[in-house]
Design a protein around this ligand. Sequence first.
Ligand code: NAD
Length: 481
Amino acid sequence: MQPTASHYVNGAYLEDDAGAEIPVIFPATGEQIALVHEATPAVIEAALASAKAAQADWAAMVPVERGRILRRAADIMRERNRELSELETLDTGKPIQETLVADATSAADALEYFGGLAATLTGEHVPLGGDWAYTMRVPLGVCVGIGAWNYPTQIAAWKGAPALACGNTMIFKPSEQTPLCALKVAEILTEAGAPPGVYNVIQGAGTVGKSLVEDPRTAKVSLTGSAATGKKVYAAAAAQMKHATMELGGKSPLIIFDDADLESAVSAAINANFYASGQVCSNGTRVFVQNDIKEAFLSRLAERTAQAIIGDPRDEATNFGPMVSEEQLAITCSFIEKGLSEGARLIHGGKRLDQPGCYIEPTIFADVTDDMTIAREEIFGPVMSVLDFDTEDEVLIRANATELGLSGAVFTADLTRAHRVVHAIDAGSVWINQYNLTPVEVPFGGMKGSGVGRENSRAAIEHYSQLKTVYVGMSPVEAAF
Ligand code: NAD
């Protein structure tokens, strides 16, 4: 079931054990479950050479055939969902209850969706009197995908599927924390008929990603990661005028008015903070609750959070697993300490569990104010901040007072207010009476410091292709002399 080597290059697994060792730790137990090696310069070169060599033929393939390969890969992923979900759970520590429905399945959705679009990517005819022009949608070339550790299968496919549909080839570098799942995506694409070199995976830390972005043979980079990394990678891409998509962090507002369905609002706050142990970029970590329902909301929230089943993520009953690593757990603990020392009121959780593995309780703070560290900085762990508000005007100003703008939501029964509020939130994805649903059919991506570009939907095509204009002269050319 596990990948058989560290890298996947030119249609096959590849090992070079001269590369630095990257142990793969199962976060629920702390046990090492695999060992991969960082890509050496030779591996990086092999990936670049194979992606470059494969690109022209892949782009020249009849689009419907290219699409069929992606759709076949989607079918294989769905058939192997159980096995792929188990690997995702080992790689990330996320509960199997989640991975069975959110990871290989959403990767398959992307492969199916973009497989279907591949044959529809046409240009247009432009009449110009006697002369005329047409446009062609052409690929960019070799694309670099760089992943975060929270959704390793999904990220590998959300980048790979549109890139390949448009006729590009890809070199994907997973996060060094979760190196295994992307290798399975590569393996399945080969099995589905993708020619060697079309989708490659190489391992390593930021330095490997950096060498891919800086190599003149690559045309585009799509990063999923933190805002700090995004600034570096975007600058490196700009230095060579490369295309870039940046899917970065958030500190998103979830605004709950006093006419909201309370149980739904509590469910949304739980999903928006504790799914995947809070390690979701679009999470609604600033939960603004209108003052008159605040205590009712908090008591129901605490009551329901106490029912979380914290345990081994391989057990289907578990609905709250460990964090991905000791390092992320330590970061989360330090934010909890700041919350306490800056005067937030701890409603639930707050402690590391006294057992092996990277377990921390789902944590809720109330009476959080806008200036507190936990209300300003992305934590990327299971820590919810509940803030109070009185009026719509006030909450909108406060909700937008952040450099980030990935997501946001409103809970209210008032239809006009719902639309007014989501229109006013400066974020790429906003929900009305729902949270964190990101189907492949709709664009996903950030405003402000949360990034540039969009993944999913037809919008992603714009970011993996470019237009070429062909002007057709139909008459003799005239000149001044
Ligand atoms: P990170 O920024 O530390 O790393 C992301 C990736 O970038 C890793 O693969 C890393 O090796 C690579 N990298 C680091 N420095 C690099 C460099 N100079 N050049 C090229 N590559 C480099 O992020 P993380 O800790 O893996 O993930 C958590 C962050 O990702 C959070 O901020 C989260 O919000 C964000 N995220 C965003 C989305 C989204 O779609 N918007 C989704 C998931 C996670």
